[in-house]
Design a protein around this ligand. Structure first.
Ligand code: 4AD
Length: 435
């Protein structure tokens, strides 16, 4: 009686050297000499090469292999060999192919394609190596986020997506008909996690957030995933400590668990590892402006940094760094007043190295009912929509701090991607809602 052939996945191939196995695969590419067909295969867990040698197999199988089309799907059977010449380390000597799905005229051919074309074909382009590597890193980071917060004693606290508030300003809102009123897609879950922190101590949310950004840049999406963390009884310094430990932990996880993917993307793991050294430098906004002015930037105190300013500072620090205590006038209403200055707030932005820009925004939150009420009025926000938020200051207000990490901004930096649209399966930008 013949032994049943095991069906495995490419990621398990190293355990089956010398054995005959069967794998469900798609054909990425193929080349051949008339005597040998080299099949580049993938199955979602990895990539490998199958070799069909005409002298070793019957004529029908060799013909079938030679006529396979890009992205057709089939079961491939054969013996696994180690192969140091192959970039994947292993090869299969193919002895059978069982067709499953034909593929005719697959649009993404091995030639170079423009970015717009590839994003029009995003549903198919996801199968290719670059998006594959980036989205595997995304998955590792997402799992790392849950693990980090769990180990650090935070409760996962889900904020709503449909809201009636605009904590980060009213110019970038997506309105939605909500029965007889207008709702907005959430810009940040922050106000809700503040309520959560008063109930559970340390909480975080993690979900999609939306900003109707009219700017088309390498770092803006209209739909992106944010982690809002909020900690009761914590001042800003303790929040910065959580932030830098989280960033170092996530980078280390990717370096440890995504070596193949980093290699595929040409991202230097040693360089990434160098960014896990703590503490990250803290520079005040005042000193950052002075540093820029001393280096011929035409920047006045009071304005936000643009990309050239952030890139200069990143090249100066060569590691993630915090810019702390921004001007009050350019920051959100909830940020805590500085104890001795009226023009700055206790805030911090974490900047990524190499010019990838801001990845975290956060602050200590003001705890005073009357002050916050006045800030809402000054910013022309509707007090009725914030009554519950003000209640948090009425009933046992305590010092608390928090921050928001933009998931795709962080992935862009870790994966070394030129554009943020590469970091999410189906990006939403000013010009893209399809597919
Ligand atoms: O700095 P932001 O606006 O801060 C907040 O929303 C706070 N309420 C967060 C908090 O304290 N809980 O946004 C936080 C982060 C930014 O640092 C950036 O990484 C990301 O969200 N972000 C974007 N990412 C992609 N596309 C956009 N349009 C983004 N806008 C902000």
């Amino acid at each position: 009686m013949s032994e049943e052939i095991k069906v495995i996945r490419i990621e398990d191939v190293p355990h089956f050297v010398g054995q005959t196995v069967k794998i469900g695969v798609w054909l990425r590419q193929k080349r051949g000499s008339g005597k040998i067909a080299f099949l580049q295969l993938r199955d979602g867990t990895g990539f490998m090469q199958g070799v069909v040698v005409s002298a070793d197999v019957d004529e029908a199988l060799f013909k079938l292999a030679e006529h396979l089309k890009q992205e057709s799907s089939f079961y491939v059977t054969g013996e696994i060999h180690e192969d140091s010449r192959s970039s994947f380390g292993y090869e299969m000597a193919v002895s059978a192919i069982d067709m499953v799905g034909e593929s005719e005229g697959y649009p993404i051919t091995p030639k170079e394609h423009g970015t717009d074309f590839l994003f029009d074909q995003r549903h198919l382009y996801l199968r290719h190596q670059k998006p594959y590597a980036t989205l595997k890193i995304r998955d590792e980071i997402i799992r790392g986020i849950y693990d980090f917060f769990y180990q650090d004693g935070f409760l996962k606290f889900d904020s709503p997506i449909l809201t009636d508030s605009a904590p980060e300003g009213t110019t970038e809102l997506f309105p939605v008909d909500y029965f007889d009123q207008t709702a907005y897609l959430s810009q940040t879950g922050q106000l809700y996690v503040e309520a959560g922190a008063m109930a559970f101590g340390k909480v975080y949310d993690f979900g999609p957030t939306f900003r109707a950004e009219k700017s088309s840049t390498r770092r803006h999406l209209t739909e992106f995933w944010m982690i809002d963390a909020e900690m009761a009884w914590m001042h800003q310094e303790q929040s910065l400590d959580v932030q830098e430990r989280m960033i170092a932990y996530l980078i280390q996880r990717v370096v440890d668990n995504c070596q193949t993917e980093l290699e595929m993307l040409g991202r230097d793991a040693d360089k990434l590892r160098s960014y896990t050294k703590l503490p990250f430098p803290r520079v005040s906004y005042d000193d950052a402006v002075k540093l820029l002015q001393d280096n011929d930037f035409d920047i006045k105190w009071g304005v936000d940094f643009g990309s050239p300013e952030e890139t200069f500072l990143a090249n100066y620090y060569k590691t993630p760094f915090f810019v702390v205590n921004f001007p009050k006038a350019i920051k959100a209403f909830y940020m805590k007043r500085h104890p001795t200055r009226d023009d700055v707030v206790i805030s911090a932005d974490l900047m990524a190295p190499e010019g990838y820009g801001e990845i975290i925004g956060g602050s200590e939150r003001d705890t005073d009912y009357d002050y916050l009420k006045q800030r809402l009025i000054d910013q022309h926000l509707d007090l009725k929509e914030y009554d519950w938020y003000l209640d948090l200051r009425k009933y046992g207000s305590v010092p608390h701090s928090g921050f928001g990490l933009g998931l795709e901004r962080f992935i862009r930096f870790v994966a070394g991607e030129d554009h943020i649209r590469e970091t999410i399966p189906f990006p939403r930008t000013l010009n893209r809602l399809h597919p």
